[in-house]
Design a binder for this molecule. Structure first.
Ligand code: SF4
Ligand code: SF4
Ligand code: SF4
Ligand code: FES
Length: 862
């Protein structure tokens, strides 16, 4: 390897590869001023602030675009350079308003800092200032475009990194300006990544407008986004115990400076006036305020009584996909050790849990724990089961990046967020994915042969045979479409398969998962299983499931129980507990008497919510521990106010199985979830003594072989990637159970489709005003074609009816929507799609099948 040596300002710098002069200087700690350059963006070379002198070159050169060559001698600060920079700044200020005292960017504005460095310009140019009115058309973003210096960072960000292409440079020369394609409003993905890179106060977050100055931020806390399973690193900037702003961190492993709308603008729920502040106890049918002591004593007493009268099996717990590992570990320990039952589960049961264990049974533990950035580096990515750009937006960006690098993106079903990336797509008729996947497996096997490394899977693959003509007949996908798709799969050198929830939650889900596993196997790929909530993986890893102890040790095996019993100093029940759906059945039948819910809203988040509500009403005792009075909490006998993600320490485990530190950013009176549980446990006579979240984690690492020997220090040092310090626990199983019952054929009627909007994910996002302003309420999304047929226009109110429920919703018309389905989200309390679904489970994954629910639409007349 030839070392390149250059000299900058007399300092000799040795480089292993050619980089730009700017990068070389930065690597040696030499600062060159820039405006249009940004490390996340493609080089532009437009502002010329970075001009430097290079020996043997006649003119000044832009350091951000000039590549180093061996022996180059560079000077970055000379009188001549300073003069030129001063001149450029003077030009910029001709148009720029001098409203720095009013501008929120003051204190972190690159232009202001540079003018301060190179001195005031003399103002030789007298031109009228550009006047553009401040725009408050967008709820999350404020624009003051008269401050724009045309560096195009925002455009390069939106197009190049975000892949939204929502803004562009309009007009030429002195008239050029930045404008959203959608007209006056941005009306885009509201990721705010353009906000991150704008060097001046032209595009800014509206959430903290005129409320503080950057230098008033006294604390910055690096933590994890509380929303989805991607687990982006965020920095919470705090002033007087209030989160003023959440920003991404450049260089962080998961999101490297990018955020989605939820992560960036969704933090305001923390300070919501609707937060629960005090425990509530139901008295004479009404929830009234109580002291902590009263509430804790009452919960302990009631649970103890039910245990004595009806046995431990009459009590169940629902843990939380948005609480920390520590909270979840302690909750399952409480249910097992203090209450004495394995009746513990989470809403991961509605899809993720069953799908992951199905895939792990085939490929071994950790099969879905793949690094998200690997998607961008794959040469072929196949997506099925929903839109990753809305469910796990930052993961979605990696697929867009793959497409931009000329990778092949293959999609099955319409994936809106990838539409502009030229995917190779197959659109099978409703409820015919099985035949299509069988067709792909058959053709791929014929093309590539069997690799011979997984006998159990190969035995199943050998059974799958369908001709291309038959596939066309059943699905509507033509023989040539199928063959192009299969050719690309067969040619893939690095293949990634992204599986969304819709395929897991469909009739015949386990068989489809088998077919997908077969495709992945034949194409030698890796699997990404989309994950909706921040700690979905962590809650499972911590043993919040009826049949497994922390670290996936089956509860039925005495030697695994023994290990926990030794640390927990109590005997454990060997009987696997009730899963989420069995809990509802048992409550309905009257055998389940009490349910303790931590950080979850089962009345909204379990399908067939109406039935869930009726079942929960039958309980003798319901405890809900949450940060808001959710619809489940409204039904409770005792409500315990918890601290939110921003107010506690702990860890989350993301969908890559990366464990990350959640750090307390603001202080609030109250108790962590784990602390409340420990207090109740003590009152029930089972002592739990921990001072800090870290103590709880330490204990978890003693009982969970998955987390063996891990410490917070390891995690902070980056030793947090699966398989951590131990080996994977389980190998593939010999037998692969599947259910091949064919889904009912579509009848040509309208079907319900669960929408997963970019801007919402339930309880927290619906309490965040910025997100509510973007997406205010639950709607029925109807295709333009269906709307015309039913004489509906945007904003009409319709009643959406199924055999299990009905909802009155506003109509939103989708121009290119699928005419066979109507989309309803499950994010708004009382108006969630799960009110409309029944709950027929896949016999293998035990996930509910939500894809064949017929609906009727009726216009509600005023
Ligand atoms: S918020 Fe995101 S999508 Fe919208 S213009 Fe900015 S970068 Fe583009
Ligand atoms: S709005 Fe900001 S980022 Fe965009 S071109 Fe103008 S100054 Fe640059
Ligand atoms: S992708 Fe997920 S984790 Fe990242 S900012 Fe968005 S919601 Fe948060
Ligand atoms: S930073 Fe180099 S030209 Fe703008």
């Amino acid at each position: 390897m030839k070392i390149i040596t250059i000299t900058i300002n007399g300092k000799e710098i040795k480089l292993e590869k050619a980089v730009t002069v700017l990068e070389a200087a930065r690597s040696a700690g030499i600062k060159i001023p820039t405006l249009c350059y940004h490390e996340q963006l493609e080089k532009y070379g437009g502002c010329r602030l970075c001009l430097v002198e290079v020996e043997k070159m006649p003119r000044l050169q832009t350091a951000c675009t000039l590549m180093v060559t061996d022996g180059m001698v560079v000077r970055t600060e000379t009188e001549q350079i300073a003069d030129v920079r001063r001149g450029i700044l003077e030009f910029l200020l001709i148009n720029h308003p001098l409203d720095c005292p009013y501008c929120d960017k003051a204190g972190e504005c690159d232009l202001q800092d540079l003018v301060e460095k190179y001195g005031p310009a003399k103002g030789r140019f007298k031109e009228k200032k550009r006047k553009v009115k401040e725009s408050l058309a967008d709820s999350a973003i404020v624009r003051n475009m008269e401050r724009c210096i045309m560096c195009t960072r925002c455009v390069r960000m939106c197009e190049g990194r975000q892949g939204a292409s929502a803004i562009a440079v309009i007009d030429r020369g002195g008239h050029s300006h930045i404008e959203p394609f959608s007209g006056g409003k941005f009306d885009c993905e509201y990721c705010g990544n353009c906000v991150s890179v704008c060097p001046v106060g032209a595009i800014m977050s509206r959430l903290h407008r005129h409320s503080y100055r950057p230098w008033q931020v006294k604390e910055q806390h690096e933590t994890v986004c509380p929303y989805c399973g991607v687990g982006c690193t965020v920095v919470a900037q705090v002033r007087d115990d209030v989160i003023m702003r959440v920003i991404p961190k450049l260089g962080s492993a998961v999101n490297n400076g990018m955020l989605c709308s939820r992560g960036r603008f969704g933090y305001e729920f923390v300070g919501s006036k609707d937060r629960l502040t005090t425990p509530l106890i139901r008295k004479n049918g009404t929830l009234v305020e109580a002291t902590w002591e009263e509430a804790i004593t009452l919960v302990a007493k009631k649970l103890s009584n039910i245990k004595v009268m009806f046995s431990s099996q009459a009590i169940a717990g629902i843990a939380s996909l948005r609480c920390t590992n520590e909270d979840n570990y302690l909750f399952q320990k409480f249910m097992r050790a203090a209450v004495g039952t394995n009746n513990i589960d989470t809403t991961a049961r509605t899809g993720f849990a069953g799908a992951q264990s199905f895939i792990e049974n085939i490929f071994g533990q950790g099969a879905t724990a793949n690094i998200i950035s690997g998607l961008a580096n794959s040469d072929t990515v196949m997506v099925i089961g929903g839109d990753p750009t809305t469910m796990n937006p930052i993961l979605g960006l990696q697929i867009r990046a793959c497409a931009r690098r000329n990778g092949n993106v293959l999609t099955i079903g319409s994936i809106d967020g990838l539409r502009n990336f030229d995917p190779t797509k197959l659109l099978p008729r409703l409820q015919t994915e099985t035949a299509l996947l069988e067709g792909i497996v058959t053709a791929l096997r014929e093309k590539k042969g069997l690799p011979g490394s997984n006998a159990a899977l190969e035995a199943k693959i050998k059974d799958i045979t369908i001709s291309a003509a038959e596939v066309t007949d059943k699905t509507g996908v033509t023989v040539s479409e199928l063959s192009v798709f299969v050719d690309l799969l067969a040619a893939a050198a690095t293949f990634s398969l992204v599986i969304g929830k819709d395929i897991v939650q469909s009739a015949g889900g386990s068989y489809k998962l088998l077919l997908l596993s077969a495709i992945n196997y034949l194409a030698n790929g890796r699997i990404y299983l989309l994950s909706e909530k921040a700690n979905e993986q962590g809650a499972l890893d911590m043993g919040c499931a009826p049949d497994i102890l922390p670290g996936y040790r089956p509860v039925a095996y005495p030697e695994f129980r023994k290990k926990c019993e030794n640390v927990w100093h109590t005997e454990l029940s060997e009987k696997p507990g009730l899963n989420l759906f069995e809990m509802v059945d048992a409550a309905e039948q009257g055998s389940l008497k009490a349910v303790y819910v931590m950080g979850e809203n089962p009345l909204c988040n379990i399908p067939d919510s109406g039935r869930v509500e009726a079942a929960f009403r039958k309980l003798d005792f319901l405890v809900v521990q949450d940060i808001f009075l959710t619809e489940t909490a409204k039904l409770a006998d005792v409500v315990l106010p918890a601290l939110s993600w921003a107010e506690k320490d702990g860890t989350f485990t993301n969908m890559e199985r990366r464990i990350q530190r959640v750090r307390k950013s603001v202080h609030r009176e109250g108790m962590d979830d784990w602390k409340i549980i420990a207090e109740i446990s003590k009152n029930m006579g089972y002592g739990m003594d921990y001072r800090r979240a870290e103590d709880v984690f330490h204990e978890a690492t003693r009982v969970s072989p998955l987390h063996r020997d891990l410490t917070y220090e390891d995690i902070e040092n980056g030793d947090n990637i699966y398989p951590y310090k131990g080996e994977p626990l389980r190998d593939a199983k010999e037998d692969i159970l599947i259910d091949r019952s064919a889904p009912a054929a579509a009848t040509g009627k309208l079907y319900l489709k669960i929408e997963k909007p970019l801007f919402h994910s339930g309880t927290m996002s619906t309490k965040a005003p910025a997100l509510i302003n973007i997406y205010p309420q639950s709607v029925a999304r109807i295709s333009a074609e269906t709307a015309q047929m039913l004489s509906l226009t945007e904003g009409d109110v319709v009643r959406v009816k199924t055999k299990t429920g009905s909802l009155a919703l506003f109509v939103a018309i989708e121009k290119d929507g699928d005419r066979s389905s109507v989309k309803v989200g499950n994010n708004f309390e009382g108006k969630g799609a799960f009110r409309l679904t029944d709950c027929i489970l896949d016999p293998v994954t035990k996930a509910p099948c939500l894809d064949s629910i017929e609906i009727a639409i009726e216009k509600v007349t005023a």
